[in-house]
Design a protein around this ligand. Structure first.
Ligand code: SAH
Ligand code: SF4
Ligand code: F3S
Length: 438
């Protein structure tokens, strides 16, 4: 049997796309290989949000090229956002690549790879009009009790730093009936936690006569789904009906990943985020008033063109003011073709480095303080498996999306009560309640 291996870069959208790619390859009759070296079909599902994933891909493709030299029968396929951004160049840059495909072209992959995955076509890209939801494809899920559900593709925002609109196209919502049918199917298969995926989930539905709050309520009503998450909401579109749905729906988790990007209103404006620092902080207050015990996480960029020391410090003070449970921090990385890449006032690398180090320190200090506040509480944990560092311990996540490492005797997929005994900036430690009683 021919075997495939998929290497995935980037965000949850890409991770989910990879599940579809794997499902599709399995339908073609291929089995999964444990690593690239043992695979006949090597797929790279790429990201190009910053320079770093581009560099990492280049190293991976160096290995793939060597493998293909050893065995020319191997097929090398490069998909995802980098492939789309480089669609005019990819076969020149990497002549040993057999098939290249953009994120909207996954449903076409079978015809391009040929029956049995022999790699007949030398790559093609679907046009924007041909973009299709991968939702009808089979899906190879990593965990039987958790699933991603794509609700839209593309993005209509014009954030000055961001390449996503260029590679994923305009926003198109998936029809609510189709999404619900998928959620019901997943629930029937034993899925207990779903994560709704879109570049801007709050703008979902305008093109299909629905909206995100309705979708949350409909998913909440599906029997068997005990946890609903979503990522990412855009602060500019986070309106009262969605806050109300979060508060009302039992299954919707007490967590919002709310990308701030910068704490400076001037920088936010230059980024074209279309909200001010004050409006964002108001939204945080509204969310916290409606949803007690809400966890908040965010994305932050340092070193956007023109960012002064004082403006950077406003990001630091916003982190302190909000008190995030966690944050992804990024050094601004110019992406070709984006508005910000051509802006004057590009910040020197050394300054960006120094700023991110300071920011990470603050984020960690506050995350640890927030987590320490959980010590002594009982949290509901969805068990994911053994701890990555200690096989004797279990790992899972709370409704607030914090990782918990704990002592207990339960199976992955179970929901258990865990008493929290200790905390670091990123994890909690605890003991399963049944084990406490025993
Ligand atoms: N659609 C999502 C974000 C997708 S990208 C949203 O808007 O929430 C994830 C994060 O990467 C962004 O929130 C931003 O913080 C960061 N990012 C995007 N482009 C970047 C760039 N050019 N340089 C550095 N960070 C970037
Ligand atoms: Fe990029 Fe902005 Fe769209 Fe998010 S909302 S994908 S940051 S353009
Ligand atoms: Fe995601 Fe990277 Fe594409 S963050 S949308 S895989 S550019």
């Amino acid at each position: 049997m021919r075997r495939y291996h998929v290497t995935t870069f980037g965000c949850q959208m890409n991770a989910h796309d990879s599940e579809r790619i794997k499902g599709l390859l399995e339908e073609l009759g291929l089995g999964e290989a444990p690593n690239q070296d043992e695979a006949d079909v090597l797929v790279f599902n790429t990201c190009t949000i910053r320079e770093k994933p581009d560099t990492r891909l280049a190293a991976h493709l160096g290995n793939a090229r060597m493998l293909k030299e050893q065995d020319p029968g191997r097929v090398i396929a490069v998909g995802g956002c980098y492939a789309e951004a480089q669609r005019d160049r990819i076969f020149e840059t990497y002549p040993f690549v057999d098939v290249a495909f953009g994120p909207g072209s996954i449903p076409h992959l079978a015809e391009w790879l040929g029956a049995g995955g022999e790699g007949v076509a030398r790559g093609a890209f679907g046009t924007a009009e041909e973009r299709a939801f991968a939702g009808r494809l089979p899906m190879h899920r990593e965990r039987r009790f958790q699933a991603w559900v794509q609700i839209s593709m593309g993005c209509n925002s014009v954030c000055a730093y961001c390449i996503v609109p260029a590679v994923r196209g305009r926003e198109v919502s998936r029809r609510p009936g189709e999404i619900l049918a998928e959620v019901e199917r997943l629930a029937a298969q034993g899925v207990r936690e779903i994560t709704l995926l879109g570049q801007n989930v709050n703008s979902y539905g305008r093109d299909v006569g629905s909206d995100f709050s309705e979708l949350l309520r409909a998913c909440d009503a599906v029997e068997g789904v005990e946890r609903i998450r979503f990522t990412s909401p855009h602060p500019k579109d986070f309106r009262a009906p969605v806050i109300a749905a979060m508060a009302d729906c039992q299954a919707v988790c007490e967590h919002a990943h709310l990308p701030l990007q910068s704490g400076s209103t001037r920088i936010l404006k230059a980024m074209r985020r279309t909200y001010s620092r004050e409006r964002y902080l108001r939204l945080v207050d509204e969310l916290r008033a409606a949803i007690p015990d809400l966890a908040l996480t965010t994305d932050l960029i340092v070193g956007f063109p023109g960012e002064t020391e004082a403006e950077f410090e406003q990001t630091v003070s916003a982190v302190e003011e909000v008190g995030y449970d966690g944050a992804f921090t990024f050094v601004y990385s110019p992406r070709q073709g984006t508005e910000a890449a051509a802006m004057p006032g590009q910040v020197p690398e050394a300054v960006k480095r120094e700023r991110i180090e300071r920011l990470v320190e603050v984020v960690q200090r506050i995350g640890e303080r927030r987590n320490r506040g959980r010590v002594g509480r009982i949290e509901e944990v969805l068990v994911e498996g053994p701890s990555r560092t200690d096989e004797a311990l279990l790992r899972g996540r709370t409704r607030r999306n914090t990782t918990v490492v704990f002592t207990g005797d339960v199976q992955p997929g179970e929901l258990v009560q865990v008493r929290i005994e200790d905390a670091t900036s990123a994890t909690l430690r605890g003991v399963e309640l049944a084990a406490v009683a025993a």
